[in-house]
Design a protein around this ligand. Sequence first.
Ligand code: HEM
Length: 540
Amino acid sequence: RGPERRTATGAETLVTPADVAQQGRHLTTSTGARLQDSDHSLKAGERGPTLLQDHHLREKITHFDHERIPERVVHARGAGAHGVFVGYGNAKPVCKAAFLARHVETPVFVRFSTVLGSRGSADTVRDTRGFATKFYTSEGNFDLVGNNIPVFFIQDGIKFPDVIHAGKPHPDREIPQAQSAHDTFWDFVSLHTEAQHHTMWNMSDRGIPRSYRMMEGFGVHTFRTVNAQGETALVKLHWKPRLGVHSLTWEEAQLLGGVDPDFHRRDLADAIESGAFPQWELGMQVFPDTPEQTFEGIDLLDPTKLVPEELAPVQAVGLLTLTANPTNYFAETEQVAFHVGNMVPGIDVTDDPLMQARLFSYVDTQLLRLGGPNHNQIPINRPHVPVNDMFRDGFHQHAVHAGAAPYKPNSLDGGCPFFAGSATRDHAFVDIPAPVAAGVKERGAPPSFDDHFSQARLFWVSMTPVEQEHIVLAYTFELSRCYETAIRERQLQALANVDPELCARVAAGLGLTAPEPTVPLAEPAPSAALSQLGGTWSAE
Ligand code: HEM
């Protein structure tokens, strides 16, 4: 929108069009030669054949032919916005990251997304939503690549291709586009029962948000943080929307999918354009960094588990405000490249096996999607601090590197920067010397990862009767679209292991017999620990 764009301090992250294109008043070729006519190809005579020598025709068509890049393998459908994050300063005892310091303003770009649908699919489908934030901090980029659901389907990233293959459209007919109503999805989640907890959130009202502005966000994994004294903590990161958490009803979602498939995208852009800037507080749950890496018996390295807020309150540590729509969808929303490994001093990874696989996957996929190893030079991905790396050449290299010796130390490019920087500045990837759990090399998982049902049960019993009714209806509808009776029955068995009443109600809807639980039912949690676990203000 050019001059109409609303900006906040530092929210402008892009080069202006004048930097790279659309300069001057004349239409030109890409090499700057002025054109007289862009509507008629060069022909041998007025009605004659088109001539191969028409450079402009060839250049125009060739560029058009190459306009598309691969869509993201997951989260292809999304909408983005610029904004600013302001730290409250109270995270200092646990995390020394500069962007969390009091009153520090950090420009951000956020991309919201669905997971399974293709780039042109509808917004209001039942699915998980991505909530990815790039903080352009004074210490380099920090990417918080989260979802609107606090747990994940699988415990180990090695299964990610499997769960996505199961959730994507069937390979023969390429349907359904973006919902969980199909055989492979239910086949996977009923066989890999660690997925039951995440699936229950999908079947709840959380699976059909009212607006991107009204969703929570979660870093899901446990992160390790370090303070200025070198003391470490384990933390989980949360986004809390100022507008509260709201959902669509299933009927509303269905209607909107037909009437306005861009509903969430439009809602976000319209709100920002009208000055109703959406806001979220970033919150932290903090746990002691003990060798066991558990809290109140909950394994902090298991991404299918959350820690109820009553056991570890979420403490707000900063405020995010989205203030500007992208100028160009492709340049910004499509080309933005988030990566879990983009971390700043004060924040480090843990041994969560899902997180470990993600550390590899994002850059790997972006090498393909964005055409090579220089995608951090794309304007939306550029950090807002000086970059001085020893990377050279490669596809789409924009930098003109000087000097002869891209290695350090060297004795040729006199005075060139070295690792030392300054004594006052912190450095990234100075790994926190956390002990590594000893053991033999094996493909395994700890016994705590075998508990697949207790937190799904906690979620179910924390729901209000209306929310429970929505969950029953969602399971019933989605499973009714699964054609294999054996798969439906296997999923009913999983539901019986979560809660017999839930199972009986879904089984009745499907006209099937409810099985008995095959595992002892988890003890209901004390009611105080349930009230905020998954509560949603739904549209009803
Ligand atoms: C993309 C979240 C697990 C691989 C994304 C995006 C989000 C996200 C929000 C979209 C980023 C954007 O808007 O551009 C999550 C969360 C996970 C998770 C919260 C679990 C806690 C995984 C795992 C893998 C993976 C386990 C692989 C091992 C990918 C890939 C993309 C992606 C390949 C596409 C990135 C691109 O093309 O730029 N994920 N993801 N994700 N994720 Fe994940």
